[in-house]
Design a protein around this ligand. Structure first.
Ligand code: AMP
Ligand code: ZN
Length: 114
């Protein structure tokens, strides 16, 4: 989508530190990491937020979780533990309106967040 930061990353117009890619998703390191491991997993198709999900996206969202599992194993945090977070809307702190999944690990994560 025109003017979307993450669509620009998918199109290669803005660089990223790629961690994983397939036909449906791209995963790359967060530019401002909140944990030793902080990866963003995004669908290649533009979707604003959870609020814009439709039934047809269910396979994609399920796929993203299996990608999270693979990345966590590859980066060595499967056993120590990790968190997958999606912020939706202003009160959750969503800043980029292209749906994304934060994969955080490598330290003891506080609960509850925020
Ligand atoms: P959220 O606040 O949930 O919308 O998350 C947006 C995330 O995108 C933040 O953690 C930012 O640090 C991250 N971010 C913003 N710009 C970039 C970029 N160019 N490359 C990688 N991560 C980015
Ligand atoms: Zn986008």
């Amino acid at each position: 989508m025109e003017g979307c930061l993450f669509c620009s990353i998918i199109e290669g117009k803005i660089p990223c530190e790629k961690v994983y890619e397939d036909e449906m998703v791209l995963a790359f390191k967060d530019i401002n990491p909140e944990a030793p491991i902080h990866v963003l997993i995004i669908p290649k198709k533009h979707i604003n937020s959870i609020n814009d999900l439709e039934d047809k996206h269910e396979n994609l969202i399920g796929h993203i979780y299996t990608v999270c599992k693979k990345i966590a194993a590859e980066l060595g945090i499967a056993e120590s533990g990790y968190r997958v977070v999606t912020n939706c809307g202003a009160n959750a702190g969503q800043t980029v309106y292209h749906i994304h999944f934060h994969l955080l690990g490598g330290r003891n994560l506080n609960w509850p967040p925020g």
